[in-house]
Design a protein around this ligand. Structure first.
Ligand SMILES: [Zn+2]
Length: 142
């Protein structure tokens, strides 16, 4: 399966997939939307395959947040880099993304663009699959 990415709805630019090299992408918040409501989200560096990861020691971990039916936020650190989505299978999430119902699927927002509002519409797919370097990453080394 090839890489893919999304257009950030806040700034209109893609989530760049190679920000740190080796397909380690920009800092992003990524949410799964079901009927216009976010049910799970994660944050970290975009992995070019619909998930995130966070450098930790020699490997990566991930940080998930699940929103329970009660509205409670459940935070899960995954130290083993099993950073798959927890509320559904990947196949189902892909089906949601490519259905005609835009109130389902994934929302991807740059961490730097985050303003506490997910919106209720899935992010558009990036036609360049995250490889259009809209700004030179070398210009903003940390
Ligand atoms: Zn953005």
């Amino acid at each position: 399966m090839g890489c893919f990415s999304y257009i950030c709805p806040k700034c209109g630019n893609p989530i760049y997939a190679d920000r740190y090299g080796n397909c380690i992408g920009e800092e992003v918040r990524l949410a799964r939307l079901v009927k216009g409501k976010v049910v799970e989200w994660m944050r970290g560096r975009y992995d070019s395959y619909g998930k995130v990861h966070i450098p930790a020691g020699d490997g990566f971990k991930s940080e998930h947040f699940i929103i329970a039916d009660s509205g409670q936020l459940i935070q899960i650190y995954d130290e083993k880099m099993k950073h798959n989505w927890l509320t559904s299978t990947w196949n189902n999430i892909v089906n949601e993304q490519f259905s005609n119902d835009k109130s389902e699927g994934l929302i991807a927002i740059h961490e730097k663009c985050w303003n506490s509002d997910w919106g209720n519409v899935q992010s558009k797919d990036d036609p360049d699959q995250g490889w259009n370097d809209y700004e030179n990453p070398d210009d903003e080394e940390e």
